[in-house]
Design a protein around this ligand. Structure first.
Ligand code: AQP
Length: 328
């Protein structure tokens, strides 16, 4: 059975971009592959969160993953920092990665412009940590959103380089494309992101979502309800593509083009469909929040399994590169 590996940063509240772009796929992947899913708190350090904020975000993201349908009986769910081999392998991979390759990463430019006051080296070497995350589990299949494709290509090149220098060790990870590679934010201008304040939160109550939708941009050419609209250029209609039945989408499309249906009514329909998905997730998340010991138990069991798999790889890696093994 192939292995798959993926992670989410605990950098804020999960949103429907994370849900559609990652979590929905994870739920499917766990049925087909031996799956390792991870809350990547080492990655989050690049944003220098306050320690208590980071600790709380790790729990919130972990329970969001479970509430979205990842089953700890099927998949290994763990927190990255509980498996120290991620950091160890990162250093080895750092010494194999040409500076020029990192210079080409577009996400570094995006992320550093988002935090100009803190352009740390971790932001620059972030894709190497991502490479280590993947190859530590010798994963053959990696689900990626559009923003991550370049990083996966770098991981594949690093694997080829490692295998060339030290002998065949790692499989080359293949991309599993998401059905929703780039969910746009409510601003309609950039991808939905935890840190851009343009998100529809996964745990958000229905009234908060409706409030946000009210202010969200639609077809910019449709100024009045009596103007016919074009759903193809409407950000709200793009969300209907994920949450609304085909029949209702056809109804909305016709109503918008003929100016029979106003934007507010269209947004109300979306809010109801969103709530049908988010409501049960929110309830399951709340239940887990009320039982913190259950979450601790799941994460401890996941970390133990992940450490065992990671150490198996590291025994081989240390031997091949000429390092000594840590003694207990
Ligand atoms: N807007 C999106 N559309 C589709 N997929 C998305 N993902 C994130 N945003 C979208 C996917 O979610 C997974 C986890 O992402 P991450 O938390 O590791 O980092 P990110 O991609 O940087 O997500 P954010 O929300 O934009 O976080 P911040 O603001 O902290 O940088 C990935 O599979 C990603 O593709």
């Amino acid at each position: 059975m192939f292995r798959t590996m993926s992670g989410i940063q605990p950098t804020g509240n999960l949103h429907i971009g994370n849900y559609l772009g990652a979590l929905v796929n994870w739920v499917e992947l766990q049925k087909q592959y031996e799956a390792f899913f991870c809350v990547v708190d080492l990655h989050a350090l690049t944003q220098r969160p306050a320690p208590e904020t980071l600790r709380a975000a790790v729990r919130e993201v972990a329970l969001g993953i479970l509430a979205s349908g990842v089953d700890p009986e099927q998949a290994t769910l763990f927190v990255q920092s509980e498996v120290p081999q991620h950091a160890e392998l990162t250093w080895i991979m750092t010494c194999l990665t040409p500076l020029g390759d990192l210079n080409r990463m577009t996400q570094f430019k995006d992320k550093s412009s988002a935090q100009p006051e803190n352009i740390n080296a971790g932001l620059f070497t972030y894709p190497i940590l991502q490479t280590a995350d993947i190859v530590l589990y010798r994963a053959e299949r990696v689900p990626v959103g559009e923003d991550q494709e370049q990083h996966l290509e770098l991981a594949r090149e690093t694997v080829r380089r490692f295998n060339h220098v030290y002998g065949e060790t790692f499989p080359e990870p293949q991309v599993v494309r998401s059905k929703a590679p780039r969910v746009m934010g409510l601003d309609g201008e950039s991808k939905m992101s935890k840190s851009r304040n343009n998100e529809i939160g996964l745990f958000e109550p229905a009234d908060v979502t409706m409030q946000k939708l009210r202010g969200a941009k639609t077809d910019p050419a449709r100024l009045r309800k009596t103007d016919p609209g074009n759903p193809q250029v409407c950000n709200i209609f793009s969300y209907h593509g994920f949450f609304t039945s085909e029949a209702q989408r056809a109804e909305i499309d016709a109503g918008c083009r003929s100016a029979q249906l106003g934007c507010v009514d269209c947004k109300k329909m979306l809010a109801a469909n969103l709530e049908a998905v988010k409501g049960p997730i929110r309830e399951r998340a709340e239940d887990l929040r009320q039982h913190p010991a259950r979450l601790d138990e799941i994460l401890a069991a996941g970390a133990a399994k992940a450490r065992a798999a990671a150490e198996e790889t590291m025994v081989m890696v240390r031997e091949r590169v000429g390092l000594r093994a840590p003694r207990s």
